[in-house]
Design a protein around this ligand. Structure first.
Ligand code: UGA
Length: 446
């Protein structure tokens, strides 16, 4: 199948590269010439595990990038919309979706054969049928259903695991306005014969995507609330509490041989310094705003955000309990990415923590294995420095704040064991063993 994809963010580029790898001929479209050039040189403009290798294998044969949306649409059977859908403070911002739909419509005005238009971006229910479909009709002068198909196919990719998630999906959700649209979507995923496919309407597909993310985000805020209560109670460690909860056979089923399955889901029921990234915060806010628009308030989801916004400052509270005055103190901040395996700092809990440290007059040494700069916060000043290694970052520090679960940070006990005056370690991910440190504080432990 010939596929064009509008938007080469992490969803569009990963989808495009993986679809090319399964045998389709794919053209990625972006207005950013630097991104287009990078892709055509088999260089990913973002960091994503395995993406460069897969680009290398497919660029030049089944995969290319262009800024020419019209040519890409005309030379394909199916166009996927994978542009950004930010939250603008009040609701989901559909500007890029509208632009893409309009331009695809205008291109389709010049095409004689039937074409399939699919929304991949995360959009609130109704967007595909009530916004995209009419704009494509308007631009093309054609009729949805008769001249072109319309569908919604949400993505379930985790940053850092996106290639693995795409190539080994747990589900494929296909929302189509009619049978022909659904058949076109099935053909797109013909390379995944043994996967559970759910065929439904675009509206339901849109709702599935939001519900999936809202559930995971809710689990995290729930666990963080319990963790905060454990810390306030004293002598109760949320890690132990969660262990006891995880042993519920409905959460970790017991097999016939007595062994247990530990579903990946259970990690979302662990306390930490909060969720970030480009998905959970924006999706939960967008879903709640969508509810309000329909006179259906979502107080639970609002609380998920409120709890999450407050969570990074729990790290500061723990730090201040040991160092009331942070002025002139040297603090190491370990981890800037919102999660390990990613260079994405969007909504990362590390950012408000960094800002609070700077505001309190601390001298901050940051270290992240991948992120080496932060927009608006220049490194290299007396107050804010970036370290080249973990060892350099923690040397001569008064306190070490761990905000991202990078595996490399497991070396901390060894690194700090030689210190005559070991720093306080504040573990925002509860990834280290408290007994390995002279001075340790952790989320849900206090
Ligand atoms: C999330 C979903 O997991 C994907 O299924 C979905 O497709 C994607 O959003 C999306 O909508 O595009 P992602 O944001 O990449 O994926 O990352 P997650 O690994 O789910 O983590 C999200 C946030 O929750 C991170 O800040 C992470 O640190 C935090 N988190 C994650 C926890 O606090 N605890 C956990 O156990 C897992």
């Amino acid at each position: 199948m010939k596929v064009s994809i509008v938007g080469t963010g992490y969803v569009g580029l990963v989808s495009g590269t993986c679809l090319a790898h399964t045998g389709h001929t794919v053209t990625c479209v972006d207005i950013d010439t630097a991104k287009v050039d990078a892709i055509n040189h088999a260089k990913a403009p973002i960091y994503e595990e395995g993406l460069d290798e897969l680009l290398e294998k497919n660029v030049g044969c089944r995969l290319q990038a262009t800024t020419d949306l019209e040519a890409a649409v005309l030379d394909s059977d199916l166009t996927m919309i994978a542009v950004g859908t930010p939250f603008n403070g009040d609701e989901i911002d559909l500007t890029f979706i509208r632009q893409a739909a309009q331009q695809i419509g205008e291109a389709l005005a010049k095409k004689d054969s039937w074409h399939m238009v699919v929304v991949k971006s995360t959009v609130v229910p109704g967007t595909t049928e009530d916004v995209v479909l009419p704009l494509v009709e308007q631009g093309s002068g054609k009729k949805a259903g008769a001249d072109f198909g319309v569908g919604m196919n949400p993505e379930f990719l985790r940053e850092g695991n996106a290639i693995e998630d795409f190539m080994n999906p747990d589900r494929i959700v296909l929302g189509g306005i009619d049978q022909r649209s659904l058949e076109a979507l099935q053909a797109l995923y013909a390379g995944f014969p043994n996967v559970d496919i759910l065929q439904t309407s675009p509206r339901t597909a849109e709702m599935i995507k939001y519900t999936a993310n809202a559930l995971l985000a809710t689990m995290i805020s729930f666990s963080n609330e319990i963790g905060n209560l454990c810390a306030a109670t004293g002598n109760v460690d949320v890690a132990e509490v969660v262990k006891g909860v995880h042993l519920d056979k409905r959460l970790s089923p017991i097999l016939e041989d007595g062994n247990r399955i530990t579903p990946a889901f259970t990690t979302y029921i662990e306390a930490g310094c909060g969720f970030g990234g480009s998905c959970f915060p924006k999706d939960v806010k967008a879903l709640s705003a969508y509810g309000s628009k329909l006179n259906q308030p979502m107080p639970l989801l609002d609380a998920v955000i409120t709890t999450n916004n407050a969570q990074p400052m729990k790290m500061m509270e723990m730090l201040r309990a040991h160092h009331a005055d942070l002025a002139g103190k040297t603090v190491s901040l370990l981890g800037l990415a919102f999660k390990p395996g990613s260079d994405d700092v969007r909504e990362s809990p590390a950012i408000p923590i960094l800002d609070a440290l700077l505001a309190a007059g601390a001298k901050v040494k940051v270290y992240d294995p991948i992120v080496k700069s932060l927009p608006g916060r220049p490194f290299g000043t007396d107050q804010l420095r970036s370290s080249d290694s973990l060892a350099e970052a923690v040397a001569d520090s008064d306190a070490v704040l761990l905000t991202t679960r990078w595996a490399e940070f497991e070396a901390l006990p060894d690194l700090l064991s030689a210190c005559s005056n070991p720093p306080l370690v504040v573990d925002g991910r509860r990834m280290l063993d408290k007994s390995d440190f002279a001075r340790y504080a952790g989320i849900g432990l206090g």
